[in-house]
Design a protein around this ligand. Sequence first.
Ligand code: DGY
Length: 325
Amino acid sequence: MPDNKPRLLVARVFPPDVMARAARDYDCVVNDRDANWTGADVIARAGGVDAILTSARTKYPADVIRDLPATVRMLATFSVGYEHIDIAAAKARGLVVSNTPDVLTEAVADLTILLLLAASRRAREAFEMLSGDRWVKIGGWKPTQFLGAGPQGKVLGILGMGRIGRAAAARARAMGMVIHYHNRSRLAPDLEQGAVYHDTPQSLLKVSQFLSIHCESTPETRHLVNREGIALMPPGAIVVNTARGDIIDDDALIEALESGRLAAAGLDVFNGEPDVDKRYFTLKNAFILPHIGSATVETRNAMGFRALDNLDAFFRGAEPRDRLA
Ligand code: DGY
């Protein structure tokens, strides 16, 4: 790194090893209180700053990108998702943008399986019964208690067969599931690994006894899992979402969970999070987690290091590996 360290606005408190490396190599201005900064908050603090290390919680639409001080030349997001950044506006302004792909693939795929099994084995209901001290009252173990659905031999439909979708498929295959998928384009046989390709999401939904969502959030995927889509799925199907909340229409999913049209859902991401639709709080067949897909020490460190690698490359005049704009 140059002697004169670039000035970096660190817009969240990232894991300690990431903060230490950032402080070693950059002149850091840190969001010490780990507040959820808006775009305006970032702009207000970015005077004289060369680059910003951000999370996906702060949104960078075109007007925020326009109003960033002229000194800001790069925006590195600590996330694989980048729907919070207007990439076209960044390109138009000459703002370099990078994300952190690859490093969270395994952690998110692990959590996909956790959700799939927790939903299908009715973990929430069982946990609430036991922790509510009702096991004695209901007479203890019974042969018919909490019967769920086993994954073996069932079709797992994967919506979005990118890195994370494929890693989830590998785990599901090991459990004896049959993999079908929809993707914008069909994968080569070595990546497909025998999975059955569907050229429309609707065709995939029709066969998905389990559905796992791994596509990006785009105008095309918004509310892809809606009333019409759910009506196509086999009765008693199970939906898992570790991608983005807006791919599901909450009204449609909740209605289907309440009626039993769908057996269960496992959700790590939500529309409007962290302000989650409160109906999920009382739906026993919804196993819900607060967006912890990538939350392992190893993964969050790797995400931070990858973001810093991208910044380092930029400031030594090289091409950032994960450049989006
Ligand atoms: C990601 O990396 O996109 C995670 O969802 C965290 O925002």
